[in-house]
Design a protein around this ligand. Sequence first.
Ligand code: OOG
Ligand code: MG
Length: 262
Amino acid sequence: MSLSPETISALTDKVLHAQDHAHTITKLTDQYPEMSNDDSYAVQDELRRRWLQRGERVVGFKAGLTSKAKMQQMGVHVPSFGILTNAMARPENGVIEIKELVHPRVEAEIAFVLRDELSGNQCTIEQVLAATDFIIPAVEVIDSRYEKFKFDLTSVIADNGSSARYVTGGRPLDPREIDLRTIGVVIEKNGEIQTVGASAAVLNHPANSILLLLDHLAARGETLPAGSFVMTGGITEAIPVAAGDNITARYQNMGSISFRFV
Ligand code: OOG
Ligand code: MG
């Protein structure tokens, strides 16, 4: 950590204002080049405190930048983690207000819901699957608060990994019933295919995102509580959206998720 608690608090104010009021800010590392990833996770801690204070509930976490497509699109080659609250959730077949966002993009992910707590940095994929209640399709709407959607790892962590909205839906599955590496996904915008992928794109197996998240949490003395909802990262590159766009993400054997931007 290189920044003082006062600076972390001021940076949290800045990020939270941009998130709440849908405006851009310059990269935090432009102002504080010495800022570290630990400083940025301290900003996330402070964001979490503010959200809890105003009555939001933490429902889980997201891993991001976990596929080659996403790393190449963003020019950042190390995964990041973020916090998810109930206020970011939107219903399947519902609408998402574009005016609440800066320059949103959508990405299709596999999400896990845990039945049991997971902790420590020694877990295996088998342990993750045994602790999982179900997996479910999730479309994340990311919305960087940084100008032109351009950032470095330290800055994007402080913006909670560009988290903005997410929509779950389709068909939940027992992760032991299918091969988690070969789930195909198709993203359509207004009926036209935008991109296709398979779930192995996420670190060879989406449960590897959970293992990285557990390492991250263990290093901070935290665990992944029972009931956690975890999004494992975009399988393909993210697709820009505008008002009027209809989005459908189709998952092999897991149904589909649709919603609309207004
Ligand atoms: C960072 C968040 C990445 C994912 O699934 O890869 C992410 C970004 O691309 O803005 O959520
Ligand atoms: Mg994502």
